[in-house]
Design a protein around this ligand. Sequence first.
Ligand SMILES: [Zn+2]
Ligand SMILES: [Zn+2]
Length: 136
Amino acid sequence: MAIEIKTCMRCKKIFQYQGYGRRICTQCVKEEEKQFEEVKEYIRDNEKATIKQIHEDLGVSPRLIEEFIASGRLILSASSPITLTCQMCGDEIKKGKVCDKCNKEIMRDTEAGLKNTPVQSKRPSGPATGGMFSRR
Ligand SMILES: [Zn+2]
Ligand SMILES: [Zn+2]
């Protein structure tokens, strides 16, 4: 496990980053967790709430709400007016980062990519001697 010292993206405090996930400190993770629960309950009670409405009522940042949805944690009801945009084609989506259509394409590309990956060729040129790291 690689523990690094990073600056929290939210509160700018220094913390020990575990090497995975978002770069926020445990304090902020807890806070987001709390906010996530609030938002989840809020949209359960207010199916037609917009991100703006949630933001105004709960004080949760719109970007965070979008992130909850994009990460697939926050599931919107079919009647929810909230939409995200597909990062590939710009279509409206209700969860995730890309629409189903683009998702399929990505999957296909990934599969094709795996099959067609050329054998890692050795570096075409470079010093024959010396270590792997060149010191400046
Ligand atoms: Zn923080
Ligand atoms: Zn798309």
